[in-house]
Design a protein. Structure first.
Length: 99
């Protein structure tokens, strides 16, 4: 690996780390209770994300992410929902490609 590429990689990783340090969720966004969205609602919201995002451009009452939610489990479900809908590792695999 060249020195320039190494410097670019380190600078990019540093920038990502710096920006991610600013990300946090307010305490009011995480709640407990039977009616608070958890993993399964996060999974569903991840599946419908593309359509919810398009709808949110035209209607301010449509949200792509539930607040308040149960925190980590909701986030995990949301991530899995987006990943599965987006194809996950299927599109990155070499199976089915003709080289």
């Amino acid at each position: 690996m060249t020195a320039r590429r190494t410097i670019t990689l380190v600078a990019t990783a540093g920038l990502v780390l710096l920006l991610s340090a600013c990300a946090n969720q307010i305490d009011a966004g995480v709640a407990q209770g039977a009616d608070v969205p958890g993993f399964w609602w996060g999974l569903w919201h991840g599946f419908v994300f593309p359509w919810a995002w398009i709808g949110s451009l035209f209607d301010p009452d449509i949200a792509v992410y539930a607040v308040p939610n149960k925190g980590g489990w909701y986030d995990f479900g949301f991530f899995v929902g987006i990943t599965v809908l987006g194809g996950g590792s299927f599109f990155g695999s070499k199976k089915g490609r003709k080289d």
